[in-house]
Design a binder for this molecule. Structure first.
Ligand code: ADP
Ligand code: MG
Length: 284
């Protein structure tokens, strides 16, 4: 019993009708469904208990739920609706994001205009700022984990997948090598990091939003890691010559090898590029 549920807690099937699969991850599947009583849409992430092989895996699922509860209520976080547990699965029922992954919108568009990139990016930084203020580091920020509530311009951005999320204390150092190759920070590869690693990942995402290409790439994981550790940022290749100096400065402030100099989320929210692109801050 992972989430401490008893026999009297409602089962998934009591509350929701669940049908087609809409996503897949390391530990299970995500399906779309409806709440039986209201027909409200829902997404259900079902984590297979058979795949939770060690105590750490179990703790990670518990942390995922605890973090979703803690960061809930922010406009750019996927809302947790309820959790359920049966013999085979832990089920996480959450707000359905029918627009799919931001990743697919980037692939479709090639790259975004600066204005559109700034619009999305400000929201990403706001939600990461919210997490960091609450002492939560996401550790897997990438365009696959930012979802859209609907397709089209009214679609809102929502951060999801706190499966690698952890609570951090000031000064605490982390050593687990986790994340995704293109987005991983150099200090994570050196196994000595904290929440600044999320800001690096945001820098990689911003580079991709603006150019359609990852800043550090290679044919193998090792080659990608070598490029990350080298940290050279190519601003010469098309479309970078056409992109504003302010946007490039924003990327540079995030892809800084020196974590003590790297911009924090709060600093990026005041960066001239986000302010200049007409998306004035709605934080205090
Ligand atoms: P994993 O930890 O296995 O990566 P995620 O939580 O990222 O699991 O879910 C995997 C994929 O399922 C996502 O990238 C997305 O495509 C889809 N998905 C997850 N949650 C939702 C949701 N609330 N609404 C719509 N699609 C979702
Ligand atoms: Mg994911």
């Amino acid at each position: 019993n992972i989430l401490g549920k008893g026999p009297n807690d409602p089962r998934l099937e009591d509350t929701y009708r669940v049908d087609k699969q809409i996503g897949k991850g390391a530990f299970g599947v995500v399906r779309a469904g409806q709440k039986k009583s209201t027909s409200d849409p829902v997404a259900v992430k079902s984590i297979s208990k058979a795949k939770l092989v060690c105590k750490e895996d179990v703790k990670d699922v518990q942390a995922e739920v605890a973090i979703m509860n803690l960061v809930a209520g922010h406009p750019y976080v996927v809302t947790l609706k309820s959790t359920h547990e049966d013999k085979e699965f832990v089920h996480i029922a959450m707000e359905l994001c029918a627009g799919g992954e931001l990743f697919d919108s980037i692939v479709e568009a090639g790259n975004f205009t600066e204005k559109k990139a700034a619009l999305y990016f400000r929201k990403m930084v706001e939600v990461v700022n919210h997490c960091h203020e609450l002492g939560v580091m996401h550790r897997d920020l990438k365009p696959e984990n930012f979802l859209l509530t609907s397709k089209g311009p009214e679609g809102e951005l929502k951060l999801t997948d706190f499966g690698l999320g952890v609570f951090f204390k000031p000064g605490e150092r982390f050593r687990d090598l986790v994340g995704s190759p293109y987005y991983v920070a150099p200090e994570v590869l050196r196994k000595n990091y904290s929440h600044e690693a999320d800001m690096w990942s945001l820098g990689v995402i911003l580079y991709i939003l603006l150019s359609g290409l990852p800043p550090f790439w290679g044919d193998t994981e090792d080659q990608i890691f070598k490029m990350v550790l080298k940290g050279h940022i190519d601003f010469k290749t098309d479309p970078w010559p056409k992109i504003s100096e302010a946007a490039k400065d924003c990327v540079r402030r995030l892809l800084d090898q020196d974590v003590t100099k790297r911009a924090t989320a709060a600093q990026i929210l005041k960066h001239e590029w986000l302010v200049k692109e007409g998306v004035a801050l709605d934080i205090a």
